[in-house]
Ligand binder design. Structure first.
Ligand SMILES: Cc1cc2nc3c(=O)[nH]c(=O)nc-3n(C[C@H](O)[C@H](O)[C@H](O)COP(=O)(O)OP(=O)(O)OC[C@H]3O[C@@H](n4cnc5c(N)ncnc54)[C@H](O)[C@@H]3O)c2cc1C
Length: 319
């Protein structure tokens, strides 16, 4: 029983989420007493591919085709690679890309699919995986009974593990006939990616208006953090929709999550509950966020936020 992991690259570079997938694949292959094949699509240097050996990759298939293909072409390459590698389990991240590709790959391979799994399977024979349900209030176990299985892994649920190995790279020649053409891409630059951030500073309706976001951005800049927000904030247009965290937004798992003026509704907690440490600032001592937070400050943000920023500035200057 072999495992194929598809990892995304960003302009030819891999990120933490890619390393987590490779680490996961290495552990899964061991658990299944099988081999691991890692698939990369797009222009990625052999040095970058070799670096995957740090996380347990031994065999890498590299399809050095254009990175901006349509989903149908990507899915075709992944399914062909899975068949070439004789994979019985195909894994990709539960990112926007993974969510778009996994069902297409599953159809091509006549495979059962479970998305957003949490960590390694409970058992490999039968193949049972666990995932969150009811906005993260419970965990369910699901069995995939088809011979080939496809899963997407929730980010930050498996962690990055270093198990250095020798890597063999094989170029995969692919022929694609895209049914859609990417005309242009708009790449966000200069900002820390929310899904990759170790620290996230997030604001809710308690920030009162879009004009009050400068102090929050200052705190994020001092901490080297990504900025995020609750859903009503993006609905109001105070912040862009890609910053919205929660059940209907992004799921984040940073080491440190600041919830500023966020009440802590269950739909918001669904997106942050796997954060390592949650710090909440709220003027209402009964706000539900305090039951989820590891540290809480009861107070008005207008007073607390500038003080926090000053304290972190001093701490950074002293270190
Ligand atoms: C189907 C569905 C899906 C949803 N999905 C999401 C989702 O993905 N993400 C999400 O966030 N929400 C989601 N929601 C909305 C969710 O239910 C809450 O309404 C929302 O999270 C509340 O946002 P908030 O905490 O910013 O605002 P509020 O609930 O209005 O809370 C504002 C908080 O700020 C505090 N505050 C006010 N002024 C200050 C001040 N000066 N200093 C300090 N504290 C202050 C208040 O005490 C309060 O606790 C969803 C709802 C539904 C029905």
């Amino acid at each position: 029983m072999s495992v194929l992991i598809y990892i995304e690259n960003w302009s030819g570079k891999f990120k933490k989420s890619s390393f987590e997938l490779v680490s996961y694949g290495s552990q899964l292959a061991k658990k299944m007493s099988g081999n691991l094949t890692v698939l990369s699509i797009g222009e990625v240097s052999n040095d970058e591919l070799k670096n995957l050996g740090k996380y347990g990759a031994t065999s890498v298939l590299s399809a050095k085709t254009a990175s901006s293909l349509d989903d149908k072409s990507f899915a075709g390459i992944i399914a062909d690679a899975a068949q070439k590698a004789g994979a019985s389990v195909v894994v990709m991240g539960n990112s926007f890309t993974g969510k778009a590709l996994a069902p297409r790959v599953a159809v091509r391979l006549k495979a059962g699919l479970v998305s957003a799994v949490n960590g390694l399977p409970v058992s490999v024979s039968p193949f049972v995986v666990k995932k969150k349900a009811f906005s993260g209030k419970s965990l369910v176990e699901e069995e995939i009974t088809s011979p080939v299985k496809v899963v997407t892994l929730s980010q930050n649920t498996a962690g990055v593990t270093e198990t250095p190995s020798e890597v063999t790279i094989e170029e995969l020649s692919v022929e694609v006939s895209p049914s859609a053409k990417v005309v242009s891409t708009d790449v966000q630059t200069g900002k820390i990616l929310l899904s990759e951030a170790e620290i996230v500073v997030s604001g809710g309706r308690g920030m009162r208006s879009a004009d009050n976001w400068q102090p929050l951005e200052e705190l994020a800049s001092v901490l080297g953090a990504a900025t995020a927000c609750s859903r009503p904030v993006s609905d109001e247009g105070w912040r862009p929709h890609h910053e919205h965290v929660g059940q209907t937004g992004k799921v984040v798992s940073p080491n440190l999550y600041f919830a500023l003026g966020i009440s802590g509704a269950i739909q918001h907690l669904a997106g942050i509950s796997s954060s390592k440490v949650i710090v909440a600032v709220n003027k209402d001592p009964d706000a539900p966020i305090f039951t989820a937070a590891d540290y809480g400050i009861i107070g008005d943000l207008q007073v607390v936020l500038p003080k926090m920023t000053e304290a972190f500035k001093k701490l950074k200057a002293g270190s």
